[in-house]
Every structure is written in structure tokens, then in C-alpha cells.
Design a protein around this ligand. Structure first.
Ligand code: MN
Length: 247
């Protein structure tokens, strides 16, 4: 039997066949973190994921929605004791969301502090054009012994990446992150024991169709090629990294 796969960041609830997809991840033995964009999605995600062995729901408040939904922070806080996984959270300083950046920082700081206080949470963190600001807040508010940060679709500089490693962060990598030499070099320099795979479906494409969690199989091969190492060694390490966080 093939080894289990790892999809550490997938918006399962944004696929038209959400509940069937949860069953598919379970049947195909894909360790999947189903992130959410609003805490209103938590109850259904939590109830579908809880009985499974491989799927985990994450309690999110997406930075791109903060300008309209900052008031949902209260609901997020209410559900936090039920959640071991938190995400999607973080900052987005891209042109469309730059206006709300100050509010995003306030919300993210509050989220990090609540996670630090609770302890033992695992966060899937968005950092578009804001790697430094994300790391500043993580360094200040969520020490590595109070929670684990997984940087999803990290696009910061090589020095941001080194700093993130020193802060104890993990990196979940998807197929679209291998497009340039600079990105491949950055990925090749990450410690293998901090690497995970993700689909970020349904926001990514595999060929002409929407990516599904099982497509992470090919990301392991891309990591191996970027690093010039054995694909089987990469797959085994990613699985053990994920198991150490999930189980
Ligand atoms: Mn996402």
C-alpha cells in the first residue's frame, strides 16, 4: 500500500463536494488540515473531521476578510477551546488588502496571544507580502513552546526564511511555489524536518482542473528535485513531520 500523503492546507469546505472530499481524504489516507476562512464555518468542519483519522479542521479568520468580519473575532475566541488547529490566519499586504493591514495586525496579534495562552495549537499562517511583519508578531506573541506556526505558501526572502526557521516555523509547500529558480533555491535551503506539503485547493490548479488533496503527491517529487535528493526520503520525512504535529 502507498504511503499516506500530507495536505497541510486545503479549503475542503469550498469544494462543491465537501463531505465526499472528507471521505476521500480518509479513504486515500491523506493527512489533511481543512482550513476555514471564517469561524462561522467551524461547526460543520469540526463535525465532519472529528470522526476521521486523517482529516483535521482548523479554526480560521482569513486576513482578506478581516476588514468586513473583524467582529467575528468574538466567535473565533468562543470556538478556540474546541480547536487544536488554527487557520487560515495571518496578514495580507497585497494591493487589494493593504488598506486593512493595521486592523489585520491587531486581529492576528490577538489570535497569536490567545493561542499562546491556550498552548498546544498548530497554526496555518498566510503571509502575502508581509513575511517580516508576520515573523515580528510571531516572535513577540507566540513562542515556539506555546504553539507551532506553519507558514503556508511562504514567499518571503531567504533571510526571512532563515529567521522563520530560527523561530521554529514549518513551511507547507505547494506546486505553484516551484516556478522560479529563486523559489526553488529557497526551498532547497529549508531544513527537511520543517517541510510539509499542501494543495491550497481549490485556489490552485493542476493542469486545467482544480487541485485536489491527492495532488500533493507530485509536490514531494518537486521538493526532491529542487534539493537533489531521493523522493522516497522526502516523502517519509514529510509524513513523519506531519505525524509529529497531527497525532
Ligand atoms: Mn488558503
Amino acid at each position: 500500500m502507498a504511503k499516506p500523503l500530507v495536505d497541510f492546507h486545503c479549503h475542503l469546505d469550498l469544494y462543491p463536494d465537501f463531505s465526499a472530499l472528507v471521505e476521500e481524504c480518509e479513504a486515500q489516507r491523506i493527512y489533511t488540515v481543512g482550513v476555514t476562512t471564517t469561524p462561522r464555518a467551524w461547526p460543520r468542519n469540526h463535525s465532519l473531521a472529528s470522526p476521521t483519522r486523517y482529516v483535521r479542521a482548523a479554526l480560521g479568520l482569513h486576513p482578506q476578510l478581516v476588514s468586513e468580519q473583524a467582529s467575528e473575532l468574538t466567535l473565533w475566541e468562543e470556538y478556540l477551546p474546541q480547536a487544536r488547529f488554527v487557520g487560515e490566519v495571518g496578514l495580507d499586504a497585497g494591493p487589494r488588502f493593504f488598506r486593512s493591514l493595521q486592523l489585520q495586525k491587531e486581529v492576528f496579534e490577538r489570535i497569536l496571544r490567545q493561542c499562546a495562552q491556550a498552548g498546544g495549537k498548530i497554526l496555518s499562517v498566510h503571509s502575502v507580502r508581509s513575511a517580516k511583519a508576520v515573523l515580528d508578531l510571531v516572535e513577540k506573541h507566540l513562542p515556539a513552546d506555546r504553539g507551532r506556526v506553519v507558514l503556508h505558501w511562504f514567499a518571503g526572502s531567504a533571510s526571512d526564511a532563515r529567521r522563520a526557521v530560527l523561530l521554529g516555523c514549518y513551511f507547507s509547500l505547494n506546486a505553484q511555489m516551484f516556478q522560479t529558480d529563486a523559489q526553488r533555491q529557497l526551498i532547497a535551503a529549508l531544513p527537511l524536518d520543517r517541510i510539509l506539503t499542501e494543495s491550497d485547493g481549490p485556489f490552485t490548479k493542476t493542469g486545467a482542473r482544480v487541485t485536489r488533496p491527492g495532488d500533493v503527491a507530485r509536490v514531494g517529487g518537486m521538493i526532491a528535485r529542487a534539493r537533489g535528493c531521493d523522493a522516497n526520503e522526502v516523502a517519509v520525512t514529510i509524513l513523519s513531520n506531519a505525524k509529529a504535529l497531527i497525532t
